[in-house]
Design a protein around this ligand. Structure first.
Ligand code: 5GP
Ligand code: MN
Length: 327
């Protein structure tokens, strides 16, 4: 696990830039948008000229954060002295806006907490022991000096809450909660963030589960489910999702590894992996061209559902055996 944090170089690059673009990963979660907005707002508050972008814009459940209306969903005509990529372990993860930004920016800062980070870019703020990308943004802002506004604090706390699933992951430590305390003192609303990101869900997700549940299988320690394009239509949903099902699957006592196979419309299958402590799904995801963390990872692979399952299930069985051997 490589830790490389070039705080001074990153701060110098930011202070020397007349224009900055911040991007994050496609299909953004709370930590992606939290780190994108937390950093963007904080840098703007320091008088810097900052654009923020993510393919498709900010998802609805995160629209409560300040500044979402300023986030571009597409980039067409501009250039920047500096691009900062947050919470993305590889270049491809930053999607079309990331590709555009790379071509139209002088330098790139890679700020991320995934152990699978590929060290793209020129300056690194890569800290895999950080529970969220927003923790790294927080540390950087403290290093930089100056205040953190209530709006920026709310964005940063959102990433801490969502990536730790409400402080339930094994990497949560006393310092995590110290940062939570600081952000709450700055006015970040912990209860509202938890409610909006972890508790509240769309009815459509349950409609989807009604159709997906029959596909659930538990074999040895691996639990799996399949979401098809048909299931998506049955639930009246436009974009592929498992509605958070993978988290429910890994809560099953007998399961050590969970996977949801999500059929894309272009002969590809997207996968969400989860594991309990002692079992590593990030290596499997990385081998498939994806990435993530030991306990939560993902990848998208070309092929039919049957082909992808035949390729991936043996890899998960190996990960299961390795975990059992070490345990
Ligand atoms: P989720 O299952 O919630 O979509 O993703 C779980 C974790 O795996 C997140 O940390 C996410 O960033 C990472 N992840 C999911 N899909 C991919 C992928 O295709 N590539 C990479 N590099 N990481 C992924
Ligand atoms: Mn993250």
């Amino acid at each position: 696990m490589t830790n490389k944090t070039q705080w001074n170089e990153a701060t110098e690059a930011v202070l020397g830039a007349e224009s900055i673009l911040v991007v994050t990963h496609v299909k953004p979660d709370g930590d992606a948008i939290g780190s994108l907005l937390g950093l963007t707002l904080a840098l703007r508050e320091r008088g810097l000229n900052v654009d923020a972008a993510v393919d498709g814009g900010v998802p609805k459940f995160l629209e409560y954060l300040s500044g979402t209306e300023t986030v571009y969903s597409k980039l067409t005509v501009s250039k920047w002295d500096l691009m900062i990529s947050v919470d993305a372990s590889d270049e491809e993860r930053t999607g079309l806006v990331g590709a555009y930004g790379r071509e139209h920016s002088g330098k790139i800062i890679n700020l991320d907490h995934h152990a699978t980070n590929t060290f793209f870019g020129n300056i690194y703020l890569v800290a895999p022991e950080s529970v969220s990308a927003t923790e790294i943004v927080y540390d950087w802002l403290v290093h930089m000096g100056g205040t953190i506004s209530q709006s920026a604090a709310a964005a940063l706390l959102t990433g801490l809450v969502t990536d730790t699933i409400g402080f339930r992951t094994s990497n949560v430590n006393p310092r995590t909660l110290e940062i939570v305390r600081e952000l709450m003192l700055l006015g970040a609303p912990l209860h509202e963030i938890i409610q909006r990101t972890l508790v509240s869900r769309d009815y459509n997700d349950l409609e989807l589960w009604k159709h997906v549940f029959p596909s659930i299988e538990l074999k040895d320690g691996i639990i799996s489910a399949v979401v098809t394009q048909t299931n998506l239509k049955q639930a009246g949903l436009d974009d592929m999702t498992d509605g958070g099902l993978v988290s429910t699957l890994i809560s099953v006592e007998e399961a050590k590894i969970a996977v949801v196979f999500k059929e894309q419309s272009d002969n590809r299958v997207e996968m969400s992996f989860r594991s309990v402590v002692g079992f590593d799904v990030s290596a499997v995801a990385f081998a498939l061209g994806g990435g993530g963390h030991k306990q939560a990872a993902g990848a998208t692979v070309e092929g039919t559902m049957a082909e992808v399952q035949a390729q991936v299930m043996p890899l998960l069985q190996i990960a299961l055996k390795q975990g059992e051997a070490l345990g």
